[in-house]
Write a new protein. Structure first.
Ligand code: IPM
Ligand code: MN
Length: 331
């Protein structure tokens, strides 16, 4: 048996509360792992100015995986911690796939759905191309570009086709806005069709992102695997959570499929500073993110047991929910 070395970044707000429950559940599932806590996030930044130094980043590279709670605190301007910590890890560790599975029944729906969104995680508007001129004046100019490379788009689309090819329905939908974003959309659409030729067993579809927002709510059953760009994927996956039992259940994997460094696993939700310390935070999304981590570490059996335990109804405080799930994952 291998001991997996896991870096834990609890982060801000409810982050440390939910990662503690995820660690508890992995222990209960009988997985052999060691954790090292990294005190990073908005609170750490306020204390001594560190967001994510090169030394810390190098230390993180030595781990098998990273489990992250949530980062961001109202005392720090928006973007500082998000860009300096979370996005810096996604870029520096080349976590080019953001995989977000959804299962549930949409509000008002009767039939459960199950699909996966593959969000490109290192390009698009997230790159931070652009700038501001004459800030704060009536002559202010702000530009924010979207970077799309053939390499980045191709590897993301290929990953999505591979995933779809291994699933029962073998169906992949590209979501973009090719009718307006013709430059980036052209690259995505062309590359999608090129890669599709390598996967004749996978059926394909295309939806504009605005239409996809309707279908996520009214007809989520049409989806098996969805592939999309970074910003569309960010927005669509909050909606995916909302139609699949709520954001408190939405898990995600930030993957470096080439395994040239650690991958990072985190709930889709944020740090929710308004409920910190109240016991109201649902740790299920963090626990399901830990299950995705276990899949990636080759511990699929423990991951399946955790997912089965999370599927049973649970109530109570953050620790109550963690305790009941932990009590059901017996190995
Ligand atoms: C997410 C989050 C992040 C994102 C933020 C915190 C930078 O919303 O993981 O979905 O936009 O990617
Ligand atoms: Mn988001």
């Amino acid at each position: 048996m291998t001991t997996h070395n896991i870096a834990v970044i609890g982060g801000d707000g409810i982050g440390p509360e939910v990662t503690a429950e995820a660690v508890k559940v992995m222990r209960a599932a009988g997985v052999d792992f060691a954790t090292t806590d990294f005190d990073l996030g908005g609170q750490r930044y306020l204390r001594d100015g560190e967001i994510l130094s090169d030394e810390t980043l190098d230390a993180l590279r030595g781990f098998d995986c990273i489990l992250l709670g949530a980062v961001g605190t109202p005392e720090v301007a928006p973007g500082v911690i998000e860009r300096g910590l979370l996005l810096k890890m996604r870029f520096a560790l080349d976590l080019y796939i953001n995989q977000r599975p959804f299962a549930g029944t949409a509000p008002g729906g009767t039939e459960p759905h199950e699909f996966v969104v593959i969000r490109e995680n290192t390009e698009g508007p997230y790159v931070g191309e652009g700038g501001v001129l004459r800030s704060g004046t009536p002559f202010e100019v702000a530009t924010q570009g979207s970077v799309n490379t053939w390499m980045g788009v191709e590897r993301c689309i290929r990953y999505a086709f591979e995933l779809a090819a291994g699933r029962e329905r073998k169906h992949l939908t590209l979501v973009h806005k090719t009718n307006v974003l013709t430059f980036a959309g052209g690259l995505w659409d062309r590359t999608f069709n090129e890669v599709a030729a390598d996967y004749p067993q996978v059926t394909t579809a295309y939806n504009h992102v605005d239409a996809a927002c309707i279908y996520f709510v009214t007809d989520p059953h049409r989806y098996d695997v969805v592939v999309t760009d970074n910003l569309f994927g960010d927005i669509l996956t909050d909606l995916g959570g909302a139609v699949s039992g709520g954001i408190g259940l939405a898990s995600s994997a930030n993957l470096n499929p080439a395994r040239t460094g650690p991958s990072m696993f985190e709930p889709v939700h944020g740090s929710a500073p308004d409920i910190v310390g109240t016991g109201k935070a649902n740790p299920t999304a963090a626990i399901l993110s830990a299950a995705l981590m276990l899949d990636f570490l080759g511990e699929g059996d423990a991951a399946d047991r955790i997912r089965a335990a999370c599927a049973e109804p649970v109530t109570g405080s953050t620790t109550d929910v963690g305790d009941s799930i932990a009590s059901r994952v017996g190995n």
